[in-house]
Write a protein that binds this ligand. Structure first.
Ligand SMILES: NC(=O)c1ccc[n+]([C@@H]2O[C@H](COP(=O)([O-])OP(=O)(O)OC[C@H]3O[C@@H](n4cnc5c(N)ncnc54)[C@H](OP(=O)(O)O)[C@@H]3O)[C@@H](O)[C@H]2O)c1
Length: 316
């Protein structure tokens, strides 16, 4: 029987969890085996993970009993929530609670909770530099994750708090990539002013989490921020220009303009970018690139990521 330790991975068919499953399965001599948790064990993505050597099990973060089964016998668990599937901070908190309680009940030895800052510690609701959203949040998808940190701590679960960064993959799948304006010129539009924003290739989140699991118990109780590079809007536009062989401008709109774009989540993201701009020093200091590289030696810079995704970007 294998003496390898099982890492149960929530969101295994998605960006963060998928990166972790692939990091584990691509290191067959490593200490872990991956248990991919999915709501549909027969999906193409689930089958692809099984083909890599992952154990694939059913689990739904909205069904605590299924989570408890999925965590049973696991040494580690990667816990992530899916804000953009439902846009509800309350639901996100309930899902975090279900994962923390399942990890506690299953006796999991090391949890990584994929979190973000509770921005209200920097911008109290009384601060009107940005609007309060949904009655009690400044950046709902950040604040709910930051609130959930307590849920893991209160459950007594041995947890590493992983502060993730903006996925550069948003430039492909999330409609943020270079777009042609009325003047016919390409531009990326971000309300960041001159600030540099920590970003990361989504695949590197899971690889960095793998580094945390390998380090083991010394990481429990720690807050670990990760980024591939801190890059300004102008620097990203310049790198896009080089890649595409055509000038890409940086359209640095005001956050209030971004909030008014009208797509689902525009206000949340407008506040998020403003938070990253206005509290640039704290936000960046929490996400050191060299510390991330120590966990994940193959960490990509923005230009590395662009080069690796050249075909997908050119077509998008
Ligand atoms: N985009 C960014 O720049 C960014 C940056 C930092 C943090 N984040 C955060 O990242 C989180 C999302 O993570 P991600 O990007 O890895 O997600 P993702 O790529 O959208 O993947 C989500 C996966 O989770 C699974 N899932 C969805 N609902 C589930 C449920 N009820 N129970 C069990 N599994 C469920 C789905 O798998 P099945 O269909 O197979 O079940 C899906 O493949 C969000 O909360 C977001 O705020 C995003």
């Amino acid at each position: 029987m294998s003496d390898k330790k099982i890492i149960a991975v929530v969101g295994a068919t998605g960006a963060q969890g998928g990166g972790l499953v692939r990091a584990i399965t691509s290191d067959p001599d490593g200490p872990f085996i991956a248990r991919a948790i999915t709501r549909d064990i027969n999906s193409d993505k689930a089958r692809a993970l099984a083909a890599l050597g992952a154990e694939v099990v059913a689990g739904d973060v909205d069904d605590p009993a299924s989570l408890r089964r999925a965590f049973e016998g696991a040494y580690g668990a990667y816990c992530v929530t899916f804000f953009w599937d439902h846009f509800s901070p309350e639901k996100e908190l309930a899902q975090a609670r279900a994962m923390a309680e399942a990890a506690r009940d299953a006796g999991v030895k090391h949890v990584i909770w994929s979190t973000l800052e509770d921005t209200r510690k920097w911008v109290p609701l009384s601060d009107d530099r940005m609007p309060t959203l949904m009655g009690q949040y400044k950046v709902p998808h950040f604040d709910s994750k930051g609130t959930a940190d307590r849920v893991f701590a209160d459950a007594g679960v041995p947890t590493t708090y992983l502060l993730t960064s903006f996925y550069w993959d948003n430039f492909i799948g999330f409609g943020m990539g270079p777009a042609r304006g009325a003047d016919g010129k390409l531009a990326i539009t971000l309300p960041l002013g001159e600030a540099k924003m920590p970003g990361i290739a989504a695949e590197d989140i899971g690889r960095s989490a793998y580094g945390i699991f390998k380090k083991g118990t010394e990481m429990i109780g720690k807050r670990v921020g990760i980024a591939g590079e801190h890059v300004s809007g102008a620097e990203m536009a310049s790198a896009f220009s080089t890649l595409l062989g055509e000038e890409v401008r940086y359209n640095a709109v005001d956050p209030s303009v971004y909030r008014g774009f009208g797509f689902p989540g525009a206000e949340d993201l407008g506040n998020m970018f403003q938070f990253k701009r206005d509290f640039e020093d704290d936000f960046r200091a929490a996400r050191p690139v060299e510390g991330t590289r120590a966990l994940n030696p193959s960490l990509q810079s923005f230009r590395d990521w662009l080069a690796a995704n050249r075909d997908r970007i050119a077509k998008s």
